[in-house]
Design a protein around this ligand. Sequence first.
Ligand SMILES: Nc1ncnc2c1ncn2[C@@H]1O[C@H](COP(=O)(O)OP(=O)(O)OP(=O)(O)O)[C@@H](O)[C@H]1O
Ligand SMILES: [Mg+2]
Length: 269
Amino acid sequence: MVVLTYFNHAGGVAKTSTIRDVGYVLAESGRRVLLIDMDPQANLTKWLGVDDDIELEETVYPAVIGAADDEDPAAEADLALPSPRRVHGMDLIPAHLNIAIIEREILSVFMGVVRLREAVRRLDGYDLVLIDPPPSLGQLSALAVVAADRVVVPLPTNRKGLDGIQTVIKMVREYRKAAPGLDVALFVLTQHDRRTRHDRESFEIIAAQLPALAPISSPLSSRPAYYSDAQVQGMPIPVYAPGSDADREIRQVASELLAALGEKTDGGP
Ligand SMILES: Nc1ncnc2c1ncn2[C@@H]1O[C@H](COP(=O)(O)OP(=O)(O)OP(=O)(O)O)[C@@H](O)[C@H]1O
Ligand SMILES: [Mg+2]
């Protein structure tokens, strides 16, 4: 089992879209995939078509804080993840706005930051666990990244992408204190608009500099209509538009991810 957290503290860089689509492709290829939505926005949950009321007990909450009705949740031993939902061939631990309270409650738990890491490591029967954190450097993100074996960094090929790289690298080093061996498995290039010179130039800079740190994927092109329609339909892109260029690009990135997992480089950032 490999646990991957899609980490970039910057908002709107396609963390959630990439988890949804790459997770789908990996599940379709026969791998057993668990998705964990750690974002109170619950986009991953909604974009996979789960739009009914989610109870706190169905989220990561019981695994990191304890049962919601527990008198002394912090004292609970052996916290477990709840039974997942089944969506598009994947298992999903959904999110809800209310998981935001974990940000505060986890602070009173001794060594709370490793709670998700421990709960995930007690799981059985998955090949891949993909975790989707919120766009922040708060406790939910720390829980998510510390739970990982390796980090996947979605990166738009533009100024916003370039600006965030230093912080991403610095934070991976920080989180490594609680997650031994944590490194960047792959930079996934997202929202690439090759028609603009700005994106082409950003891509050139990324391609010249980042491979020294970790492999970079081939770019996922910017396709606003596909992505917003797929969200409304509650479908991964390969289900919404099978055989399309968007579908082909995602499959390419999924195979590049598998290659990156197979050939773990020494050192890293
Ligand atoms: N290849 C793409 N082409 C066009 N739009 C895209 C593409 N990938 C993602 N988007 C859009 O960009 C927005 C941000 O994507 P997404 O929510 O996946 O990013 P995120 O990093 O998870 O955001 P957040 O930080 O809010 O969690 C969404 O509206 C999504 O539809
Ligand atoms: Mg997101």
